[in-house]
Design a protein around this ligand. Structure first.
Ligand code: PXG
Ligand code: PLP
Length: 442
């Protein structure tokens, strides 16, 4: 029997695209064929300014030579090494480098291949940690409405984006959710962190009272919620969550898949807000988005809780074929070195006030009902077309791409998160083009 039964068709049918309106895309594809620094090149040769760092991940900009070369060299030297019961030096080096920029208290890194895997790993570690300490009843996980924690069953269970959950059955049991902190009536057009809503953290006390602290393993939140349309923590909110978790022996996990690696002008949001979680999940910017990789960082106390029993026995029955993959590790090392060498986290902090000013200049533009920003994150919320939610923002996204800027939309919210190398003139271009697009959008 012939192996290739059919000639390879030059069409778009076979690839089932992720989080994409497949039929619509395949009728009018938006193809990217190259990238450099702040720009993509579209298939028709047009340069497109990257207003989103890919999907919030290319924090150092595109095709950075140090990272490209590190990957090339590593592929030629040690392509793959078994991840279980074996090691290779670069994974250890990367763990040390990562811990070196992590908030105080983070002492160990467990490598995975994505944010989704980081989240599921952290949730499993939380439950197993309590069990290892003799508190096996602590199995409940608390997430938050409108939270995004990837697409694994753990992540969608603690997540709170309705369409990511409703089609997939019952998910994990024993999960509860905090209310989200999006309060447009009180906080619209706030620059930076909103004043109102810290008291929403007290809902955790209600959840604890309902279930009993001894049943709760962990609370997981994004310090700044990204995917759901950029929802900021009200002033004092994260501190309050920390206090309540500490009081009840509940682990606090910060999902920093988006906020990690300089997005707020500090290595991690934890440092930016001055709040110390017990675990941090990260991915995306760890390798500048170039090679899939994520990590869970834990406190020394969590790691130590597992390091008992006979020394020849595996302490945590969890891991992935590609955990700490050599090429991903090399990409991670080169990425962290690029951030350090170019001072990109500091750069993000320096340019953030200009970013804020530029974004808020969109107030009064057609359809705009709210603008939010922090660090190099921005969101412009649009009034939905009555009866047709998401349509207006999606039209703006398509028009923006045609006019040479890449933005993201979720619902009727436009989200932006440019590479940390963005120049002021490029911020002007991004915001100026967006204003033109919105004025022309129905
Ligand atoms: N946690 C958070 C906080 C995230 O933002 C994940 C987990 C999952 O990571 P992976 O690597 O499994 O995708 C994410 C990912 C968007 C967008 O446009 C956001 C994400 C991914 C793709 C698009 O908002 N966040
Ligand atoms: N499915 C099968 C049949 C496997 O053998 C493995 C790993 O060996 C997996 C899934 C998990 O793959 P990964 O380790 O890449 O997550």
């Amino acid at each position: 029997m012939a192996l290739d039964r059919r000639p390879a068709p030059n069409d778009l049918n076979a690839f089932w695209m992720p989080f994409t309106a497949n039929r619509q895309f395949k009728k009018a594809p938006r193809m990217l064929v190259a990238a450099k620094d702040m720009h993509y090149t579209a298939a028709d040769g047009r340069k497109v300014l990257d207003g989103t760092a890919g999907l919030w991940c290319c924090n150092a900009g595109h095709t950075r030579p140090r990272i490209t070369e590190a990957i090339q060299k590593q592929a030629a030297e040690l392509d793959y090494a078994p991840a279980f019961q074996m090691g290779h030096p670069k994974a250890f080096e990367l763990a040390n480098r990562l811990i070196g920029i992590a908030p105080e208290g983070m002492e160990h890194a467990f490598f995975v291949n994505s944010g989704s895997e980081a989240v599921d790993t952290a949730l499993k570690i939380a439950i197993a940690y309590h069990r290892a300490r003799g508190e096996a009843t602590r199995t409940r996980l608390i997430g938050r409405e409108r939270g995004y924690h990837g697409v694994g069953f753990g992540g969608i269970s603690v997540g709170g984006i309705v369409n990511n959950r409703r089609f997939f059955g019952t998910m994990l049991g024993g999960v509860d959710h905090l209310p989200h902190t999006h309060l447009p009536a009180r906080n619209a057009y706030t620059r930076g962190q909103p004043e109102h809503g810290a008291e929403l953290a007290d809902e955790l006390e209600r959840i604890v009272a309902l279930h009993g602290a001894e049943t709760i393993a962990a609370v997981i939140v994004e310090p700044v919620a990204g995917s759901t349309g950029v929802i900021l923590p009200p002033k004092g909110y994260l501190q309050r969550l920390r206090e309540i978790c500490t009081k009840h022996g509940i682990l606090l996990i910060f999902d920093e898949v988006i906020t990690g690696f300089g997005r707020l002008g500090a290595p991690f949001a934890s440092q930016y807000f001055g709040v110390r979680p017990d675990m941090i999940t990260c991915a995306k910017g760890l390798t500048n988005g170039v090679i899939p990789m994520g990590a869970v960082m834990t406190s020394g106390e969590i790691y130590q809780a597992f390091m008992s029993g006979p020394e020849h026995v595996i302490e945590l029955f969890h891991g992935y074929t590609y955990s700490g993959n050599p090429i991903a590790s090399a990409a991670g090392l080169a990425t962290l070195e690029t951030y350090r060498e170019e001072g990109l986290f500091e750069r993000a902090a320096e340019i953030a006030p200009y970013w804020e000013e530029a974004l808020h200049s969109l107030k009064g533009t057609r359809h705009v009902i709210d603008i939010r920003n922090l660090g190099l994150i921005g969101a412009v919320e649009l009034e939905p077309i009555p009866g047709e939610p998401t349509k207006r923002a999606f039209s703006a996204f398509v028009a923006a791409f045609e006019k040479g800027i890449m933005i993201r939309t979720t619902g009727d919210i436009i989200a932006m998160s440019p590479p940390l190398i963005i120049e002021k003139a490029q911020i002007d271009q991004l915001v100026g083009t967006l204003a033109e697009v919105l004025e022309a959008t129905a």
